[in-house]
Design a protein around this ligand. Structure first.
Ligand code: FES
Ligand code: FES
Length: 154
């Protein structure tokens, strides 16, 4: 079956069974490997992408559900680490092993697209589905706040 949708602003056609997880299509068919597989059960957030601007778990998003929709992956933030979140991530040395980080960034980007000045509790709520086994949570929170300031001042 062929499913047409947009990814990072580009029209694509994916050939896979309708119930194929979007994550497999992104990584294996479209060759974008920034989005990671962690649990496959919508429990860790490593596979987070945006569907029409909302953070979703691509491991549990069937291909059929994105027909005609807009998907964005970590590759959409910037190609040269100039997105305010990427700048803040680097400044705060957020990643440790790095495995969870593309999912963290996509959840953070979804948060800041609707909340320009999130409180600590709002950040914690928005990021609660993204697990980091390295415990980078304090740096993630600091980086999100920093990026929010820079985005407001831009
Ligand atoms: S791999 Fe999708 S939530 Fe863990
Ligand atoms: S940086 Fe290692 S899992 Fe988050």
């Amino acid at each position: 079956m062929s499913v047409n949708f947009q990814i990072n602003g580009k029209a694509v056609s994916a050939n896979a069974e309708p119930d194929t997880p979007l994550l497999w299509v992104i990584r294996d068919e479209l060759g974008m490997t920034g989005t990671k597989f962690g649990c496959g059960l919508a429990l860790c957030g490593a596979c987070t992408v945006h569907l029409n601007g909302q953070a979703v778990r691509s491991c549990q998003t069937p291909l059929s559900s994105v027909a005609g929709q807009k998907v964005s992956t970590i590759e959409s933030l910037s190609t040269n680490n100039t997105h305010p979140l990427q700048v803040a991530w680097i400044k705060h040395d957020v990643p440790q092993c790095g495995y969870c980080q593309s999912g963290q960034l996509m959840s953070a980007a979804a948060l800041l697209s609707t909340n320009k000045n999130p409180s600590d509790s709002e950040i914690d709520a928005a990021m609660s589905g993204n697990v980091c086994r390295c415990g980078t949570y304090p740096r993630i929170r600091a980086a999100i706040k920093d990026a929010a300031v820079n985005m407001r001042n831009a």
